[in-house]
Design a protein around this ligand. Structure first.
Ligand code: MN
Length: 278
């Protein structure tokens, strides 16, 4: 009888200890814009598994260059793949929105990590990026957000980028990020040779429009890009990649141009009043 009581007490103790350990493991929301089946998100989720409870909520299909768009003109469907994987037939922002307000609303994540994207998100491209938007949406909820991209065009090997993501997430979970800040991280292929904290660069892009004719003899136009000239100014994300090191750019959703703000305040805006008085 006494033995039974002890076994019961011990069992209860172990049960509560396990529950406590589970509650100490942070929830990590993982999303991307290449789609839930992309090798980049699979490598990322696997790497982060040692840090906490990883939940993947990602687009069912590729949504690259979806930017920060939210789907409002049609309903969204969530497909539960297993307890930790959910696909959404929408954008990365749709995914984070559904995760924060529906799927994970009773036990919110501590951090959102987006990626690992197939290809860089550097300079002006940041504004088109669905990968960055996933982390940006997190920052709007006051959560730390990290966008991860592998700067490579073919033969993607996410091993080192995933290991780097794990180490970075561990540090951000420990030290936090300023509220509203997200990190845009671009990793060169191969071994990690160093890290540079950078500002967003600009690119002189040359879009090429591929013109063709569809099977029904209608013309179509496909936006491509060609012979890009990088702006490799000192301190930019492009420069870090040129040196073969990881670029970490802190970003904010606040797009205000603070340098222009004061100058614009000094200008004469009476024209606005004149228009109103008519
Ligand atoms: Mn992508």
């Amino acid at each position: 009888m006494r033995v039974r009581v002890w076994v019961f007490v011990l069992g209860l103790l172990i049960f509560n200890l396990l529950r406590l350990m589970a509650s100490l493991m942070p929830r990590i929301l993982v999303t991307n814009d290449d789609g839930i089946h992309s090798a980049g998100i699979i490598a990322l989720a696997e790497a982060l598994d040692s840090l906490g409870e990883v939940l993947v909520v990602a687009p069912a299909h590729e949504m690259s260059a979806a930017s920060h768009s939210l789907t409002l003109t049609r309903p969204l469907r969530i497909e539960k793949i297993d307890d930790r994987h959910f696909s959404v037939d929408g954008t990365p922002t749709d995914c984070v929105t559904l995760a924060m307000n529906h799927l994970l609303k009773d036990d919110l994540p501590a951090i959102v990590v987006s990626g690992i994207n197939k290809g860089g998100n550097l300079g002006d491209d940041v504004t088109y990026s669905g990968t960055v938007a996933g982390a940006l949406e997190a920052s709007i909820y006051g959560l730390p957000g990290i966008a991860m991209s592998l700067v490579q065009r073919t033969n993607f090997d996410f091993t080192q980028a995933a290991e780097f993501a794990c180490e970075l997430v561990r540090r951000v979970l420990g030290a936090g990020l300023p509220r509203g800040t997200l990190l845009n991280v671009n990793v060169p292929p191969g071994p990690i040779r160093g890290v540079q904290v950078t500002r967003q660069g600009t690119k002189i892009l040359r879009p090429t429009i591929i013109e063709g004719t569809d099977p029904r003899q209608r013309k179509y136009y496909w936006i491509g890009e060609e012979s890009l000239t990088w702006n490799e100014e000192e301190g930019t994300d492009y420069e870090a990649l040129r040196h073969g090191v990881v670029s970490i750019t802190p970003l904010k959703n606040d797009l205000t141009d603070y340098r222009a703000l004061e100058e614009f305040k000094q200008r004469d805006w009476d024209i606005v009043l004149e228009t109103q008085s008519k």
